[in-house]
Design a protein around this ligand. Structure first.
Ligand code: IMP
Length: 202
């Protein structure tokens, strides 16, 4: 088994990455390494923040392959917000519910119809680092709509407000397997996986 440290404390992300990378990979995260802290996400792009997190994790784990994900939701009618601020849209320690509430408020200001759907996308950037050296970057996007109407109990973050293109269900109503086949993270991981297959000992 190959060891990979995912620089996140979000168990949903770890679950998605573990499932998508498959059995040759033993994925560890910050919940299994509580002593590791990551630098502040001071970047203005998903890529900058993914690299900051991956290099931060790598500084604590010499010799280990470290991957970080930076992801978020971009709403066209809000000029791309919440974007890189998705996790802290309603404040530094905001919960997912608080972030969704703020997004609903912002949408209410621009849309007269509460059932309106606004074009949006999830974006994900993955950075792979070993010993502080950036090895590869992979990205993924899923287009769709956000709505003030929340549906479904699964997932995390903005899942219950996001309706992927071509589907009548929100991300929170899809099974994990269905979400993985079309999600931004699923696509980015597929790209990273194929790079790892082509570079077996990066
Ligand atoms: P990060 O952990 O700094 O990359 O922040 C990612 C944030 O974007 C999460 O806290 C969620 O609010 C949002 N996000 C990213 N990916 C997803 C997803 O797959 N579903 C729902 N929300 C997501």
């Amino acid at each position: 088994m190959s060891r990979l440290f995912l620089a996140t404390s979000n168990p949903h992300k770890t679950h998605e990455v573990t499932t998508l990378l498959g059995s040759p990979w033993q994925v560890e995260d910050m919940l299994s390494h509580p002593g590791i802290t990551l630098p502040e996400e001071t970047g203005t792009t998903f890529e900058e923040n993914a690299i900051i997190k991956a290099k931060g994790g790598s500084a604590a784990l010499p010799g280990v392959l470290v991957m970080a994900d930076d992801s978020g939701l971009e709403v066209d009618a809000l000029d791309g917000q919440p974007g890189v601020y998705s996790a802290r849209y309603a404040g530094e320690n905001a919960t997912d519910a608080e972030n969704r509430l703020l997004l609903k408020e912002r949408l209410r200001h621009i849309g007269r119809n509460p059932a309106q759907y606004f074009p949006a996308r999830f974006y994900c950037c993955l950075a792979l680092v070993r010993d502080g050296q950036l090895l590869h970057v992979a990205t993924g996007t899923v287009e769709g709509w956000v709505s003030m109407i929340q549906r479904g109990k699964g997932g995390f973050g903005y899942d219950s407000m996001f309706y992927p293109e071509g589907f009548k269900k929100s991300f929170a109503e899809l099974s994990q397997a269905e979400k993985n086949t079309l999600s931004h993270r699923g696509q980015a991981i597929e790209m990273m996986k194929s790079w790892l297959d082509r570079n077996p000992q990066p």
